[in-house]
Design a binder for this molecule. Sequence first.
Ligand code: ARG
Length: 446
Amino acid sequence: MSEKLWDGRFSEKTSRSVERFTSSIDIDNRLYPYDIEGSIAHCKTLAKAGIITEDESSTLVQGLGVVKREIAHGDFLFDDALEDIHMHIETRLLQEVGKVAQKLHTARSRNDQVALDVRMFLRDKTRQTISNLTTLCRTLIDMARVHMDVIMPGYTHLQHAQPVLFSHHLMAYYEMFKRDRDRFRDALERIDVMPLGAAALAGTTYPIDRHYTARLLEFSRVSPNSMDAVSDRDFILEYLAHASICMVHFSRLSEEIILWSSSEFNFIEVPDAFATGSSIMPQKKNPDVPELVRGKTGSVFGDLLSVLTLMKSLPLAYNRDMQEDKLPLFRSVDTLRNCIEIYIRMLPNIQVDKERMLQAASVGFLNATDLADYLVGKGMTFRKAHGCVGKAVGMAIQQGKELNELSLKELKNFSSLIEEDVFSFIAMDRMIGRRTSFGGTANQNV
Ligand code: ARG
């Protein structure tokens, strides 16, 4: 009996350095529950087709259960010489149930086996991502509800623009994360395809019922082309692309949280439990969590680019290069999960300084557009009103005042249409309340 499951045609032993170099067990060991579940379904498919007996199938299924428990309990020895998780499980099964284990690999190859394992893994993880994003969206809604009365400056070009509800700002992120969730839902449809039975690349000569395997493993569809089944990884790319977009959203939110918690803004305070101090500057409280989320965004982009580059020139069908898909995939799945979970915990604990935000919204001429709207209401064209208000702003800057701090007499210099009612027109809550166009910041919309 040869030592390896594939070394029949070899006259020389594999060198130790090659074993170490080609081994992926350190990374793909986490596929073991999927590999075993897939093998159990494969046993049943083989038995249904009469390729092995029902007794043999039961022996194999029971043996696979033993191996699964051993790995779960950490009683399992991993060895580079056995390359990957598929070989480890099959080799251990052979020790456990004897020669019948040699029948397990009939009508399949590691090429369709690894495609199956990764699809099962990613199906689970995508469902988890979807559910975590749903929780995150709920967290944002709750936070928006708690802070319904908080007004902040809205920015464009990071310059004061118009006042908005803080809730409106938060709900913008809700929309982004909801779209992220929908993208993962959409991807799930294409992940949920059963590749087993494609064998090495061309399909198999054995009369297996692939749709039966798919039903056992709760797949919605069976891959219709065996070469595609073993050679494409676009479902991984899709996950990584969606994860990258989601991380862009996290990174932008993180950037805002970091800015808002600086002394220059002072809008919010990150909870102590989510910040750290400095080893030299005693006064420091650093927003490490959002900073790290912003930083980890780069590694998710990198993972997407790794797999894109990995796949771009591979001829059909399977190539060993593809073994390199797992590290970036696993890393990004974990990173995204960690980022979502930490945000779900951090967001509700952020302290919001309502007074400070309102004060910030009261300086910098955030009411200039509304003053122009006021003039339009009195019959002036918008372009003309824009010019009048621009001049008023210029004068206010010279005097070191806000528009609402100019007297009625001063304001009348810019247009005789301005009356006493202008001051209530450009009051903060009136400005917010008037933005009732669909999607605007008025309370009832938010
Ligand atoms: N460890 C391999 C991978 O992750 C499994 C498939 C190996 N197939 C092969 N023909 N050597 O891609």
